[in-house]
Design a binder for this molecule. Structure first.
Ligand code: ATP
Length: 213
């Protein structure tokens, strides 16, 4: 695997967008692209694209540009998408259910293997082909099935405890949809998705449309 340790977080955060974009190009049967053309399409400067790709050995060829399929596959490998990650969802409320049914995760190689909840009315119901399990079986489940990523869609008050339980079982990545910031050791990767943050930003911006010169 590539040594991703030295790559700045800002670059890593741009990779999924490159990956998606190159996937679209592949679907359009576009086989090669220059950094200039990629830059125009993606609204990122060509030098930024070159700098970003240089972290991973360049990928480009002078006078040829980038081989789209090769670049797509290489970025996929850097992100680990070629290996595939298994996931669980904890909190089978509206958001947890919607995420479980979201086909985009599976398309990217993320496999949902378990859904947990504490509500007796929800436990045992079926979502996305899986029966919702009682949260009391979390440790038992994680001792038997390898899980890479825990998706947390429980309320704020419950999330820290649940996160600690999951991490204690060796899960290294958490996707946190609750509004609490998690306090965990450094060797756990956490991505926070606070869905109403962009809504609040939009709220600000739509009030200023037409008022700015
Ligand atoms: P959403 O916020 O996704 O719209 P909701 O409003 O239906 O969902 P929430 O109160 O946010 O419900 O809770 C999300 C889910 O998390 C619920 O199904 C709830 O039963 C579950 N939940 C709450 N606490 C825990 C816990 N400690 N362990 C597991 N599941 C929990």
């Amino acid at each position: 695997m590539n040594d991703v340790k030295k790559v700045p977080d800002v670059v890593i955060k741009r990779l999924p967008r490159y990956y998606r974009y190159l996937g679209d190009l592949l679907n359009q049967d576009i086989k090669r692209i220059s950094s200039g053309a990629l830059s125009l399409r993606m609204h990122v400067t060509a030098s930024q694209i070159r700098q970003d790709f240089n972290y991973f050995g360049g990928f480009g060829q002078q006078g040829y540009g980038y081989n789209v399929e090769f670049l797509y596959n290489e970025i996929g490998k850097i992100l680990g998408l070629d290996e595939g990650d298994s996931t669980i969802i904890v909190g089978a409320g509206n958001l947890g259910r919607a995420l479980a049914c979201h086909s985009g995760f599976e398309r990217r190689g993320f496999r949902l293997v378990g859904i947990f909840d504490s509500n007796p009315d929800v436990i045992g119901t079926e979502i996305a082909g899986l029966q919702v399990l009682d949260i009391c079986y979390l440790e038992d489940f994680l001792s038997k099935i390898k899980v890479d990523i825990g998706i947390l869609t429980v309320p704020k008050a419950a999330v820290q405890k649940i996160a600690e339980r999951i991490v204690k079982c060796g899960v290294k990545g958490l996707l946190n949809f609750s509004y609490a910031e998690l306090n965990l050791s450094q060797d756990v990767a956490v991505e926070n998705v606070h869905i109403s943050d962009p809504m609040m930003t939009l709220s600000y911006r739509i009030r200023r449309i037409g008022n700015e010169q």
